[in-house]
Ligand binder design. Structure first.
Ligand SMILES: [Zn+2]
Length: 219
């Protein structure tokens, strides 16, 4: 049997406003089947500090019907400052109050990913803390990196910044579109060496050097 996406969601989406409608299904532990979606036959939702569901549910695998009381801490919003290149953006992410956040941890921002670089709790920088004790999380986006590319065009050198995913590879001899030009990569400088042939990962590149081979004809 297939379940719709909605039925697999534990908590209804959106802000919590009381009174709240009971969800149509909850992922619960069945003694026979393990964690499975359970259809809600009847029940109600309440609680202030907690999400509390009381009702009767039916396991979607074995059809066992039973009464349950489910308690879940309500998520809290933690301010997150996400930096990327020269800018930073203030946002907030939802965590359960007791969830531990640690420096180096990866955060899912929906469209992008970020890595926690610092945590402030009680006026101090800490390596980790539970969500409810955190004042601010600082993070940097890690889904894209900047690759610096110096391109020789006639008697001028033009600096371009390319955006790439960290494990994207660039090779000597690659043709890269920069603005209205197309340039060939001559050599690649990484933190440890200069490549005159071969490839390097975007996140290892300090700077690439190349020259314009021709003007692009369209766009
Ligand atoms: Zn079951």
């Amino acid at each position: 049997m297939s379940l719709s996406r909605e039925e697999q969601t534990l908590l209804p989406e959106g802000p919590f406003v009381a009174p709240m409608a009971a969800p149509s299904a909850l992922v619960l532990r069945c003694e026979t089947c393990g964690d499975t979606p359970h259809r809600v036959l009847r029940g109600k939702v309440g609680g202030k500090a907690e999400f509390v569901f009381e009702g009767v549910v039916k396991c979607s695998k074995c059809d066992q019907v039973r009464s349950v009381v489910v308690r879940e801490p309500r998520p809290i919003e933690v301010p997150v400052i996400v930096s990327w290149l020269e800018s930073s953006e203030r946002t907030a992410l939802e965590f359960t109050p007791g969830e531990v956040i640690t420096v180096g941890q990866s955060l899912d921002l929906g469209e992008s990913r970020a890595e926690v670089t610092a945590i402030e709790s009680d006026g101090a920088r800490v390596p980790s803390a539970v969500a409810k004790a955190i004042t601010t999380v600082w993070a940097k986006r890690v889904d894209k990196v900047r690759v610096r590319f110096s391109v020789n065009k006639g008697n001028r050198t033009i600096a371009h910044d390319l955006l790439a995913v960290p494990d994207e590879e660039f090779a000597v001899g690659d043709l890269v579109d920069v603005g209205r030009d197309r340039a060939i990569v001559h050599h690649i400088r990484t933190q440890y060496r200069t490549l005159h042939e071969g490839t390097a990962r975007a996140d290892e590149i300090v700077r690439m050097y190349g020259r314009v081979v021709r003007q692009r004809t369209s766009r």
